[in-house]
Design a protein around this ligand. Structure first.
Ligand code: R5P
Length: 294
């Protein structure tokens, strides 16, 4: 039986040797049926294999946080530049125009707020409602090492099972327990556990050093959250480093909608993710677009 202690340190990550993805562009998904692959192709661009997800689901735990006071005013203008929208069903039905044809990663876990124990989540949306909303994926938290780890992994596996019935992918969002350090060992474990449980893709945080170990040891695509607001140059650098070390994209919120010029920022992030633009060039693009919009 595997033990929690006394194991040899993992070290053979095969960095630089890509995992084979025979006949399909999404890592780890070659064996799925047509519907699952079709939804994954809406998420991960068939040309680049990458994605820019715009995350604005924060309100489900934080309420009207900075930048999301009026989603109709701050987020709707960004929709044309995003590949995928990540939000709750409440915001989707009330604010996001149904004429928008962007795929949706629907937040389907719920049950806590920042005022309580965040890991105490349950399933918050029936899979039938996710399908009614034409979701391209369900997104649930996985709190590894948190008080309610067991429950959130139950939510994850139940969601994956429900998604498998309908060819609906599951995004496991690795949430960090309060006492956990965001290093490659912890984040690598979180991502791998989620993939082993059957998540089709995983969201985590970028870390230094050794982020490439996190992505190499995860057999499905990893997208990174932006995290707390940092400067625009730093956020572009973060996105670049993550992609350079194997991330398949970003699922970014505050560093896009909280930027000085969000419409310019999301286009600069796109240049990094889809075109591999270096941070300095992407920053130039940001400044140019910002000046044009001023
Ligand atoms: C947390 O509430 C959500 O899952 C966010 O979607 C996630 O944290 C990504 O947003 P940000 O880039 O602002 O961290």
């Amino acid at each position: 039986m595997a033990e929690s202690e006394g194991n040899k340190n993992a070290k053979d990550f095969g960095i630089g040797i890509p995992q084979e993805t025979p006949g399909f562009h999404v890592k780890g998904s070659a064996a799925y049926d047509w519907g699952m692959k079709h939804r994954l192709s809406q998420i991960f661009h068939p040309r680049t294999g990458r994605v820019v997800m715009l995350a604005f689901d924060h309100g489900y735990i934080m309420g009207p946080t900075s930048g999301l006071e009026r989603v109709d005013l701050s987020i709707v203008p960004l929709i044309p530049y995003a590949d995928v929208l990540m939000c709750t069903r409440g915001i989707l039905r009330t604010v996001v125009p149904p004429q928008c044809v962007k795929p949706v990663a629907l937040r389907t876990s719920a049950g806590a707020t920042v005022l309580t124990e965040l890991s105490k989540e349950r399933i918050g949306v029936d899979v039938e409602d996710a399908i009614r909303l034409n979701a391209a994926a369900q997104a649930v938290m996985a709190y590894i090492g948190a008080p309610f780890e067991h429950e959130t992994l139950g939510v994850l596996t139940t969601t994956i099972d429900a998604g498998m019935k309908y060819g609906l992918p599951t995004l496991a969002v690795t949430a960090v327990g309060k006492d956990m350090v965001r290093d490659a060992r912890y984040l690598g474990m979180s991502c791998r556990v989620c993939a082993e449980l059957g998540a089709q893709f995983v969201k985590t945080y970028y870390c230094e050093p050794d982020f490439e170990q996190v992505t190499a040891a995860c057999p499905v695509p990893v997208v990174i959250a932006g995290g707390k607001k940092i400067s625009e140059p730093d956020a572009l650098e973060l996105a670049y480093k993550a992609i350079d070390q194997g991330a398949a994209g970003v699922d970014m919120g505050r560093n896009i909608f909280g930027a000085d010029c969000p419409v310019a920022m999301i286009q600069a992030v796109r240049a990094v993710v889809h075109e591999g633009e270096k941070p300095a060039k992407a920053l130039e693009l940001y400044e140019t677009l910002k000046n044009q919009l001023a």
